[in-house]
Ligand binder design. Structure first.
Ligand SMILES: Cc1ncc(C[n+]2csc(CCOP(=O)(O)OP(=O)(O)O)c2C)c(N)n1
Ligand SMILES: [Mg+2]
Length: 658
């Protein structure tokens, strides 16, 4: 290998990365200068990507888990031929630039995932690797490995300190995801100072105990050594690999090796010193033709060749396995759709069933119709009733679609995102609603990335009962309803639940959260699938013009209807609006919204067994729960919090009178 050109290129990466940050007066030069040789080696010798076919299905995936190294990623993607012109590198972190502070999926070409919250990248990558392994098992044929790529991650010390990373790595090792390779930028420094101030774990022992391979590169500037380690990692047949690469943070800068270089831009003087130290005489934001030519041939040409080789393989596959080829195309273009509703579970009015049971039944039916649904529960299958089809996904049954996530909620959500992010598959997962707290950072990323991941929850309210306040959700609905680009459904009965599940399948650009009841709920004659698709609808209309109304959802709908019927007998006319999804309702036309919640009806009361805060937009009186729950059997709960006909009736009368 030509050592000279590798060094030229790495210097160019370092200098441009540092220039970007200095010009922006903001960013993280430490990792850019320290890890440039790692990224250079991976991109020029291993990573199969094609800037002219960005979404090439079988490309290798590269996730910059240490998202603060964005300048390095953007510079590398620029040299790899992606649509990031040099002026956009110079525009780093500026308003409306292509190069925002941290990498943003869907915003910058070549960026595979939004990163920045440490731990999310590496955990999501486990989902990508699961997707690859599953699709390979599903579609590959003898001598026709149509799905066959690696998932690479660059992470730092911080990523490995996050709990979510340990959850995800533990599952990845258990599942023997041998095509997952983590490059660990091990520089012994983090933001506040030396890593040893906060962490003295042996990463080697830790990862080995989780059934990972561990390799170590002593000199993070040695391209050959890094290359050799990646080569070895790629040979692994039974475990993922972490390569610990010893680097020097801020290499070449006056304060290299110190924590101050982590997030402090170099001054103009420091930049000059850096260039002197690295023997660079590049003008600002320029590179030699030698460098750009090398990158073109080592990344773009090599990647395009790999892509055309794959296309040839696909044409062979199409000839030999036309049916599978058609199906694979449907997977690849996310075109797996419901063609009929044969066998869709039905629930008769008047019968009684928990919405979690409905969720499970409808999901089983959906899985039988949609072969690309993959997911499972966090060790709660018998409670959430959510599971995937075709047996447990494991190293000996990679075509299984039921993932046993174990009690790893946070990683479960991130992995679900990775499965969806890969393309071809739709990831889902499930747990107790109260423990959605453990999943929030990953759900937030799904929303930011516009990923249609599916999050199913059971045990929606304090009606959990005996398990007490730790298990009784109160504020979680408010949390998710306030999250942008997130669709939350809290269905009132089996019919609304079925409708919500079907709607969730159509989502393309937002995560969906569906929250179900533990307790049985009567299937109401008033509920309506079409209404669910509008987010809110009139579930009960009195026989004369309503002067007041209830706005409610979930198990409280039946209660409000019962009260409204009683009031009707007393000639007090009250409308009941079922609002299973505030987000979906907000997206309806003004005309529709006014027809459901007309301004003339000013006396409104919202009723929900949860935090009242999200309801004041729709009602001036809210009967909610603004305290933590209490442990007691279900039969006492309604009384304890005033969710009885008597209490709601009396409260409502007060409102109507005033
Ligand atoms: C969840 C989360 N917590 C905190 C931060 C802020 N942060 C960004 S980088 C960093 C230091 C991480 O250290 P390391 O990974 O070793 O990066 P290095 O300093 O070596 O570049 C911190 C605390 C973050 N981005 N995400
Ligand atoms: Mg570090």
């Amino acid at each position: 290998m030509n050592k000279h050109i590798d060094n030229e290129c790495i210097t160019a990466l370092r200098v441009i990365g540092a220039e970007m940050i200095t010009k922006a007066k903001s960013g993280h030069p430490g990792i850019v200068l320290g890890a440039a040789p790692i990224v250079h080696t991976l991109f020029t010798r291993h990573l199969n990507i094609d800037a002219n076919d960005e979404k090439w299905f079988n490309r290798d995936r590269f996730i910059l888990s240490a998202g603060h190294g964005s300048a390095l990623l953007y510079a590398m993607l620029h040299f790899s031929g992606f649509n990031i012109p040099m002026r956009e590198l110079a525009n780093f972190r500026q308003k409306d630039s292509m190069t925002p502070g941290h990498p943003e999926y869907g915003h910058t070409s070549g960026v595979e995932m939004t990163t920045g919250p440490l731990g999310q990248g590496i955990s999501t990558a486990v989902g990508l690797a699961i997707a690859e392994a599953h699709l390979a098992a599903r579609f590959n044929k003898q001598a026709c490995d149509i799905v066959d790529h690696y998932t690479y991650v660059l992470c730092g010390d911080g990523d490995l300190q996050e709990g979510v990373t340990m959850e995800a790595m533990s599952l990845a090792g258990h599942l023997r995801l041998n095509k997952l390779i983590v490059l660990y930028d091990s520089n012994d420094i983090q933001l506040d100072g030396s890593v040893s101030l906060a962490c003295t774990d042996s990463i080697e022992k830790k990862v080995k105990s989780m059934k990972w391979g561990y390799l170590r590169v002593e000199d993070g500037n040695d391209v050959e050594e890094i290359d050799e380690a990646i080569r070895e990692a790629r040979m692994s047949t039974d475990r993922p690999t972490l390569i610990e690469i010893k680097t020097i943070i801020g290499y070449g800068a006056p304060t290299s090796g110190e924590s101050s270089i982590h997030g402090k831009p170099l001054s103009e003087d420091d930049l000059r010193t850096l260039k002197d130290n690295l023997d660079s005489n590049q003008m600002a934001f320029t590179v030699s033709k030698e460098v750009s030519d090398f990158y073109h041939s080592a990344i773009s040409v090599r990647g395009a060749q790999a892509n055309s080789g794959w296309n040839y393989l696909m044409s062979e596959y199409a000839k030999k396995y036309p049916k599978e080829y058609d199906l694979l195309n449907q997977y690849m273009f996310n075109d797996i759709r419901l063609k009929d509703f044969d066998g869709l579970p039905e629930f008769s009015v008047g019968s009684s069933i928990s919405t979690r049971a409905v969720m499970g039944k409808v999901l089983d039916w959906l899985s039988s119709k949609l072969p690309n649904l993959v997911g499972g529960s966090a060790d709660l299958t018998s409670s959430t009733m959510v599971k995937g089809a075709d047996g447990i996904f494991s190293s000996v049954n990679l075509s299984g679609r039921n993932i046993k996530f174990g009690v790893r909620e946070h990683a479960m959500a991130a992995i679900t995102n990775g499965i969806t992010l890969h393309g071809g598959l739709r990831g889902f997962c499930a747990g107790f609603f109260v423990f959605s707290d453990y999943m929030k950072p990953a759900i937030r990323l799904a929303a930011i990335m516009h990923l249609p991941s599916l999050f199913f929850f059971s045990h929606d309210t304090v009606c959990v009962g005996e398990d007490g306040p730790t298990h009784q959700p109160v504020e979680q609905l408010a949390m998710f309803r306030s999250m942008p680009n997130t669709r939350v459904f809290r269905p009132a009965d089996a019919k609304e639940m079925t409708a919500a599940m079907l709607l969730a399948m159509d989502a393309k650009e937002n995560p969906t959260i569906i929250v179900s009841s533990r307790q049985n709920l009567e299937v109401l004659e008033n509920t309506d699938a079409e209404g669910v698709s509008r987010g809110a609808y009139i579930a009960f209309e009195p026989k004369e013009e309503p002067k007041a109304m209830f706005v409610t959802c979930g198990s409280e709908l039946a209660l409000c209807i019962a009260v409204a019927k009683r009031l009707e007998k007393e000639n007090i006319y009250v409308r009941v609006v079922s609002m299973p999804s505030m987000d979906l309702f907000e997206r309806q036309s003004e005309e529709y919204k006014n027809s459901i919640l007309p301004k003339r009806i000013t006396k409104r009361m919202a009723v929900e067994m949860g935090s009242s805060i999200c309801w004041y937009k729709y009602a001036n009186h809210v009967h909610g729960i603004d305290e933590f729950g209490k442990s007691m059997p279900l039969k006492y709960i309604a009384e304890e919090y005033g969710f009885t006909e008597e209490v709601i009736y009396n409260e409502f009368l007060e409102i109507v009178k005033n």
